[in-house]
Design a binder for this molecule. Structure first.
Ligand code: ZN
Length: 123
């Protein structure tokens, strides 16, 4: 989609303007010392898999001060966040909602307790 590319371009320019940079190795070591999401504090193991199977990990690279608000891309402004926190934060960035501790995960769990699919369909 064109608008996605447009957004990515705008973002890349912001990052450039805000300054700062980090190496992939720095991110890797930060991640290695982050057993949990920096925002909600859940350990990676309990975070549900991402809806898009192309992404194999629940963690994402998050900016403590969002790029949108002038945050730099320096490693000191980066933290490991689960995708749920990161995406929620980005969605709220425009209205400048405070980035506080996240609400406990939505009640997605329920489905997992269901017996095999068969039971639900056959009637
Ligand atoms: Zn989180």
């Amino acid at each position: 989609m064109d608008c996605r590319n447009q957004r990515a371009k705008v973002r890349a320019e912001r990052i450039k303007k805000n300054g700062g940079s980090h190496k992939n190795a720095e991110w890797k070591s930060l991640l290695a010392s982050s057993p949990t999401c920096a925002v909600c504090g859940r350990s990676w193991a309990v975070i549900p898999p991402r809806p898009d199977p192309r992404y194999k990990h629940p963690w994402t690279k998050g900016h403590k001060t969002p790029i949108y608000h002038g945050g730099s891309d320096d490693i000191s402004n980066i933290q490991a966040e689960c995708y749920e926190c990161n995406f929620r934060k980005n969605a709220g960035a425009l209205s400048r909602s405070p980035v506080g501790p996240a609400k406990p995960a939505h009640k997605l769990k329920k489905e997992n307790n269901m017996p095999a699919t068969q039971e639900r369909i056959s009637r």
